[in-house]
Structure formats: structure tokens, C-alpha cells
Design a protein around this ligand. Structure first.
Ligand code: ADP
Length: 378
């Protein structure tokens, strides 16, 4: 089935004017993350969070205009916080990202001598809160959850960055549909990429394609320091850090070299994943990182044909464990084919199918994180 192209949709959107700016929303570069598939259209309007509520009529007008086009079967338009990188050019979008070799910042490579690690340990300028997403075991959906939480926070008007620190399997570039390389205008700082209103940096951007990572402890430490302190994150309400699984050097460095405001632990309901999750919880406790709570991923499976609910990896294990450990339980995410295909396709479910119940689960978790991390004025 064919439908309108991205250009057709941009042409329609360019007839919508932002009254406050007096310019159309395409020229004003407010439209981002446009996806079109078989007549189903999704896009975000990047706006100043302070104007969020007032811009709902603009969002609706844009959505309705696209809905009225021939061949369009569904439209989802969301408002997201725009990028704000004081004193620098905005990060390039995925499409504008330069290709080619990774930027040479003297990052550690196999066989290199360790680079002296920066002595900086304090908060990172411009970043209000750092949230670490960890798991005991790999493959439990930590990256999927990190990406969707980042997008759900952005959908709620927050300025969000996502740091993919999973050196052993960096997957955020693919999940967030960004490719190419970040650039380094001065050889000292890195301009991150950006998609769906989220600023993204990944260890994966710094590697040659297919290069395996055998960084040892000190190299990991210096690479992570560079990701934290040499990337022009701009002003962020939240930096979500997608950690490697387990309890290794990256977790330790992150917690010791800057202030982590909270950790979220992702686990499947199985005992074996929970045993490892408990180790991760224990590590964050020892490092004095507040535990925001546990998420049970792949919790239940609902057959799309007959609605039968099956518990492939068991059910409720993480909730029970959170209760035993006295930490909050943030929610359950079902094992769901749309969650997998949307992430694999570079359009995580929160932006790919924002009206789905699965996307709502991620938004509820994001709301719980906002609640838990909003400082009450003294
Ligand atoms: P991790 O970061 O813990 O290694 P990933 O997020 O990369 O795990 O997920 C591993 C695989 O499982 C990916 O293919 C992902 O799409 C899939 N996946 C994760 N969560 C779900 C879910 N709730 N339902 C279906 N597939 C999922």
C-alpha cells in the first residue's frame, strides 16, 4: 500500500503557522522525527516547554491537517521540549549527521595505554538530574526501557539526554533511529545527535563499525568521563544513562565521578534475572545512589489473536522482590511484539504508537520518575 511521502506531509505542515512566531512550523524547524509508513504518520513538534499547554491547539491543527490528506490512515503528533544548547549550534539531527570515521578525541582503543582520567567529579553543568538505568543480566530489555523512558519524559515536556554507556552492546543509535557520527567542531567537545526531541550520545558512535570493545577498566573510565563532560549536552532536566548489565567499572565510575540522582533497575520476573538484579541493587546502595525503583519487563504476554494472557517468564517476581527489599515498584511492561519491532525499527513504541497501552505504561513510569526526583522546595 502506498501513501503520502515525507515531502508531501512537510508540504501540508508548512501551511500551519505558529502564531507566536509568525512563521510556519516547518520553516521554524519545529517538526522532528517524522515517520511515515503505509499511511500511518507520526511526528513531534519541538516547543519551548514553558509554552507547552498553550501550543496544544497548534499540535491539533497540525495533526488534523495531516489527517485530512489522501492516503493517511492515522496520525500521531506529540509536543516535545526543544533543544537548548546555550552558546553552541544545535546538535545535528539524524539526517544531517556526518558519516565517516569516529571523531578522534583520543578515546581509548584496544592496545592503547590508559588515558589519564579527568579529575572532575562534581555535577555536570547544565544537567539537572542523572538517572542510571541498570540491570543484573543482559537482554532483559534495559535499553528498550531506557529509550522509552527518555522519550516519555520528553513527551511530558522535559529536556532529555540519553547516554548509551552500554559499551558491550550499544543499541541506542539503532533504537532511536540515529545514524552517522557526532561531530567535534574543536577536537575537544562533541556535538551529540538528536531525534524525537531527545539528545543522544553513545559509546557506539565512537567505534568503527563492527569493532569489538575490549576496553579495560581505566579506558572505560576515561571514555565515560568524556561522554559525560566533553559532550555538549546543553541544558537538560534529565540525563538517562543506559548502563551495561552487571556491576562493573562503568557503574562504579559513573557513581563516583558525578552525582547520580537515582537508579532504576530493570528485571524480568524470572528468579535468575532477579538474583542478578539484587546484586545491582546492592551495588547502588553501597555507592549511595538512591534507588528509584524496579521495573518488571516481559511481565505478561497477551496473545494478539485470542487475548489469552500467558506468563512466559513468570509474573510478579520483580514486584515481590521490590516489596521485600523495601524499594518502590515502578511498573510492569508486557512482552509484546510491537515493543520489539518498534525499537528494532528505530521508532520506540512511545513515539511509534503513543496511543497504545504499552506506551501509556512507559509514560506512567516516567511520571513516577518525575515525582520521585522533583525536589520539594525547602
Ligand atoms: P538489554 O539492554 O537489557 O540487553 P534490550 O533492550 O536490548 O536488552 O532488549 C533485548 C531484546 O528484547 C531486543 O530485541 C528488544 O527489542 C526485546 N525486548 C525488550 N523488551 C521487550 C518487551 N517488553 N517485549 C518484547 N520484546 C522486548
Amino acid at each position: 500500500m502506498s501513501g503520502p511521502t515525507k515531502d508531501d506531509i512537510l508540504a501540508t505542515l508548512s501551511r500551519i503557522t505558529d502564531p507566536a512566531k509568525g512563521t510556519d512550523i516547518v520553516s521554524a524547524k519545529m517538526v522532528s522525527g517524522l515517520v511515515v509508513k503505509n499511511g500511518a504518520v507520526g511526528f513531534a513538534l519541538e516547543v519551548d516547554p514553558a509554552r507547552g499547554a498553550a501550543l496544544e491547539p497548534l499540535r491539533k491543527a497540525a495533526e488534523d491537517a495531516v489527517k485530512g490528506m489522501d492516503g493517511v490512515t492515522s496520525v500521531t503528533a506529540v509536543l516535545t521540549a526543544h533543544s537548548d544548547t546555550p552558546g553552541s549550534a544545535p546538535p545535528p539531527t539524524a539526517a544531517a549527521a556526518p558519516k565517516g570515521p569516529p571523531p578522534n578525541l583520543g578515546l581509548a582503543k584496544e592496545g592503547d595505554k590508559p588515558i589519564p582520567t579527568s579529575k572532575d567529579t562534581g555535577p555536570i553543568e547544565g544537567i539537572d538530574r542523572i538517572i542510571a538505568v541498570g540491570s543484573g543480566k543482559g537482554g532483559v530489555g534495559k535499553s528498550t526501557v531506557s529509550a522509552n523512558i527518555a522519550l516519555a519524559l520528553a513527551a511530558q515536556g522535559k529536556k532529555v539526554g540519553l547516554l548509551d554507556a552500554d559499551v558491550y552492546g550499544p543499541s541506542q543509535p539503532r533504537m532511536l533511529g540515529v545514524s552517522g557520527r557526532p561531530s567535534t567542531p574543536d577536537g575537544k567537545t562533541i556535538l551529540p545527535l538528536r531525534n524525537y526531541g531527545v539528545t543522544v550520545m553513545s559509546m557506539g558512535f565512537m567505534l568503527e563499525d563492527d569493532q569489538s570493545v575490549v576496553w579495560r577498566g581505566p579506558m572505560l573510565m576515561s571514555a565515560l568521563q568524556q561522554m559525560l563532560r566533553q559532550v555538549q549536552w546543553g541544558k537538560l532536566d534529565y540525563l538517562i544513562v543506559d548502563l551495561p548489565p552487571g556491576t562493573g567499572d562503568v557503574q562504579l565510575t559513573l557513581s563516583q565521578k558525578t552525582q547520580v540522582d537515582g537508579a532504576v533497575i530493570v528485571s524480568t520476573p524470572q528468579d535468575v534475572a532477579l538474583i542478578d538484579a539484587k546484586k545491582a541493587i546492592d551495588m547502588f546502595t553501597k555507592l549511595n545512589v538512591p534507588l528509584l525503583g524496579m521495573i518488571e519487563n516481559m511481565s505478561t504476554y497477551i496473545c494478539p489473536n485470542c487475548d489469552h494472557e500467558a506468563h512466559i517468564f513468570g509474573h510478579g517476581g520483580a514486584k515481590k522482590e521490590a516489596g521485600t527489599l523495601g524499594i518502590p515498584f515502578l511498573g510492569e511492561i508486557p512482552l509484546d511484539i510491537d515493543i520489539r519491532t518498534s525499537s528494532d525499527g528505530g521508532t520506540p513504541i512511545v513515539v511509534g504508537k503513543p496511543k497504545s497501552p504499552q506506551a501509556a505504561r512507559f509514560r506512567d513510569i516516567a511520571a513516577a520518575i518525575i515525582d520521585a526526583t522533583t525536589k520539594v522546595p525547602a
